[in-house]
Write a protein that binds this ligand. Structure first.
Ligand SMILES: O=C(O)CCC(=O)C(=O)O
Length: 281
C-alpha cells in the first residue's frame, strides 16, 4: 500500500497494519529476551498476571533500537504527527495463559491510549501513537486485538461495566507474528485473554510528540551511547526519538501560517539533507 492510501485509511479507521515487518528469527529473539528478563526478575514470589518490562531500549539496545528507529514506521509516524516523533515508552510484555472458563465472555480492558482525549467528532492529529508488534500469531486461542473502528473520531463512550466485555461493534484483528499495527491514541481497543498453551507476547513502541515529556528514561549508559552516535551523524530523527529535539523552539514556534503537512515535509527533507551517515558505527 502506498503511504498516501495508508494515511487516508489510518485517518478514517484509526489504525493501519504493516504486514511482515519482522522475520521469524527476529521475533524469536524478542520472545527469548522477554523470557530472559522474566528469569532474571527478582522479587516475584508468584506467577504474576502479566510480565511487563518497561524501559526496554535501555535494557536491550541492540535488540530494540532497530524496532524503535524502523524507517518505514518512523516515516509514517512523521506523516501523522510531523517530524516531532519521540519515544515515549517501549514495553515488552508477556501474558501467561488463563483457564478457558475464566476467559469466557471477557476482554482484557477497553481503553484509549495515554495522552489521548475524548474525541469531538472530527479527526485530529494525535500527539501520540502506538506501534504494537505481536510475537506469535493472534488466534482465538492467543487472543485477537479488538478495536472499535473510527472511535478516534467518534465520541464513543463506554460505561465501566462494559470495559471487560466484548462489544457488538468490535472488529477482531488477527495479526501475524512480526506484523506491526500503528494505532491512533484515540482508538478504543482491547486485548483478549490468552487461552493458548504458551505466553502471549508483544511489544508496544509508544511514540509521542517531542514537545512532551517522555515516560522512559534516556539517561542510562546505553541510551546515552545511542545519543552520542546520533549526534556524531547529525541525525535529528534519531536524536528526537531519544528525547532531544534541536529544532523544538524554531519548529514549535513557526508562526503556523502554512498548512502543517507542507511544513512537515520541508522539515523532514532538511533533516534528511543534514544527516551525515559516512560513519555508520
Ligand atoms: O493486549 C493487547 O493485544 C493490546 C495491547 C494494548 O492495549 C496496548 O498496548 O495499549
Amino acid at each position: 500500500m502506498d503511504i498516501e492510501s495508508r494515511l487516508a485509511a489510518y485517518r478514517r479507521d484509526g489504525y493501519t497494519i504493516f504486514e511482515a515487518v519482522y522475520d521469524a528469527d527476529t521475533v524469536a529473539a524478542w520472545r527469548d529476551e522477554c523470557d530472559r528478563l522474566e528469569a532474571s526478575h527478582v522479587g516475584a514470589l508468584q506467577q504474576p498476571l502479566r510480565w511487563w518490562f518497561g524501559n526496554m531500549l535501555e535494557r536491550s539496545p541492540g535488540l530494540m533500537w532497530p524496532a524503535v528507529s524502523n524507517p518505514q514506521i518512523v516515516a509514517f509516524a512523521e506523516r501523522v504527527m510531523g517530524p516531532f516523533v519521540q519515544l515515549d515508552n517501549l514495553t515488552l510484555a508477556a501474558f501467561p495463559p488463563i483457564p478457558r472458563e475464566a476467559a469466557a465472555g471477557r476482554v482484557t480492558a477497553w481503553h484509549r491510549d495515554r495522552w489521548a482525549g475524548f474525541p469531538t467528532g472530527e479527526y485530529r492529529n494525535p500527539v501520540s501513537i502506538n506501534a504494537i508488534c505481536y510475537l506469535q500469531d493472534l488466534t482465538d486461542e492467543t487472543g485477537p486485538l479488538r478495536v472499535r473502528v473510527g472511535s478516534h473520531i467518534e465520541p464513543i463512550e463506554m460505561a465501566p461495566d462494559e470495559m471487560m466485555q466484548p462489544h457488538p461493534d468490535e472488529a477482531l484483528i488477527y495479526l501475524r507474528a512480526g506484523d506491526v499495527i500503528v494505532t491512533h491514541n484515540g482508538l478504543v481497543h482491547s486485548g483478549s485473554p490468552n487461552i493458548s498453551a504458551d505466553k502471549r507476547y508483544f511489544f508496544s513502541i509508544y511514540y509521542n510528540s517531542s514537545w512532551m515529556k517522555h515516560t522512559d528514561t534516556f539517561d542510562g549508559p546505553n541510551c546515552q551511547q545511542l545519543i552520542r552516535w546520533a549526534r556524531q551523524r547529525n541525525d535529528h530523527r534519531s536524536l528526537r526519538l531519544l528525547g532531544t529535539d534541536d529544532h523544538l523552539q524554531t519548529r514549535g514556534n513557526s508562526g503556523f501560517l502554512q498548512p502543517d503537512e507542507a511544513r512537515w515535509r520541508q522539515w523532514s527533507d532538511e533533516d534528511a539533507a543534514a544527516l551525515d551517515d559516512s560513519n555508520p558505527t
